[in-house]
Design a protein around this ligand. Structure first.
Ligand SMILES: Cc1cc2nc3c(=O)[nH]c(=O)nc-3n(C[C@H](O)[C@H](O)[C@H](O)COP(=O)(O)OP(=O)(O)OC[C@H]3O[C@@H](n4cnc5c(N)ncnc54)[C@H](O)[C@@H]3O)c2cc1C
Length: 318
């Protein structure tokens, strides 16, 4: 029996291994990594010593861009050979598509957005947020096989150096796959730190009066070496940004999240739960965001952000 880990970002294998260790301690077996696509395969040195017994790599040209059918076929081909019972992935939108296909191939259980994993009386239990994060559901997995999509930031990355993994290079016959990728149009994201990778995120909501005022967020984010983001209305309704933070957008896991002019509706806050420290700036002292915030400033963002920028500049300039 083995446990397989697949992540769409190389750095997330070191978080998923700690989820895998829970399963290994309870059910035994090896933890394998599967790495797909040339760029990821080039970076496998970063995950060679995190505790994976084997790393299976696939680096055909056709695998360089995400193709759910081809990726699902690729993973499926290894399941029997390595007697895989559990597949662990990071919970991203790509992996939600991939895992749906894969679970139909495997005839397995599938739980997404897992925030806690444990085994009680030999039963595997996975907990995940429901109702936009207002409650959590604990689900018992009775199926023989399961795919679990783990939210990023739930498990701390493995830092200890373990025995080096054996690398197994595999080939896949891509000609038999029924779905062909005709065009790939990546989302246009401004230069700078990516939202889902940033240590600091400055978020803006409808408290901002016009698109030009986003410069306040951008400047504060830039001084702090972080990224900026918005709530859904600013992106989806006003078109001020290509993406938004929240349940239907990006989930963020920064060390610091500064929410400005954001009321704190559950659809937004479910995407910021991974933040270590939350600071809220809002004119309304009753705004729900203050219930989530570690620190709160009641006041006008148009006065507070420039002052913060000024102070931070002073500190930086020594
Ligand atoms: C199916 C569905 C999915 C959704 N998914 C998401 C999602 O993923 N992400 C998301 O963000 N939303 C999502 N929403 C929308 C969500 O319900 C809220 O409408 C949205 O988050 C509110 O955005 P906001 O906080 O920017 O605006 P508002 O709720 O209007 O809040 C604005 C806040 O700014 C404050 N303010 C005003 N002026 C100032 C000022 N000068 N200084 C300081 N504070 C000020 C106000 O006091 C207020 O609290 C979704 C909705 C639906 C129905």
């Amino acid at each position: 029996m083995s446990i397989m880990i697949y992540a769409d970002k190389i750095d997330l294998y070191s978080e998923l291994i700690n989820a895998g260790n829970i399963l290994r301690e309870a059910f035994g077996g090896d933890i394998l990594g599967i790495v797909i696509g040339e760029n990821n395969v080039k970076s496998i040195d970063r995950i060679r010593k995190i505790g994976l017994s084997k790393i299976i790599t696939f680096s055909a040209n056709e695998l360089n861009e995400f193709n759910p059918v081809l990726y699902a076929e690729t993973i499926k081909n290894t399941l029997e050979e390595f007697d895989v019972r559990y597949v662990l992935m990071n919970s991203s939108y790509k992996n939600k598509i991939l895992s749906g296909l894969l679970s139909s191939f495997m005839n397995s259980a599938l739980v997404v957005d897992v925030i806690r994993l444990n085994v009680e009386d030999n039963k595997l239990l996975a907990e995940r947020p429901v109702y936009s994060g207002k409650a959590s559901a604990k689900e018992e997995i009775n199926a023989d096989k399961a795919i679990l999509l783990i939210k990023s930031g739930v498990f701390t990355p493995m830092t200890e150096e373990k025995t080096e993994a054996e690398i197994i290079e595999k080939l896949i016959d891509t000609s038999k796959v029924s779905l062909e990728l005709l065009e790939f149009s990546p989302k246009v994201v401004e230069e700078g730190v990516k939202l889902d990778e940033a240590d600091v995120v400055v978020g803006g909501g409808r408290g901002l009066r016009k698109k030009e005022d986003l410069k306040l967020l951008k400047e504060l984010a830039s001084i702090l070496g972080g990224a900026w983001g918005v709530t859904r209305p600013l992106a989806a309704d006003y078109g001020w940004a290509p993406e938004w933070i929240g349940i239907s957008g990006a989930s963020i896991n920064p060390k610091l999240y500064i929410a400005t002019g954001i009321s704190g509706q559950p659809q937004h806050t479910s995407g910021i739960r991974g933040s270590k420290v939350i600071v809220a700036i809002n004119m309304d002292s009753e705004a729900p965001i203050f219930k989530f915030a570690d620190y709160g400033i009641v006041g006008d963002l148009y006065q507070i952000i420039p002052k913060l920028i000024e102070k931070l500049k002073e500190i930086k300039e020594g």
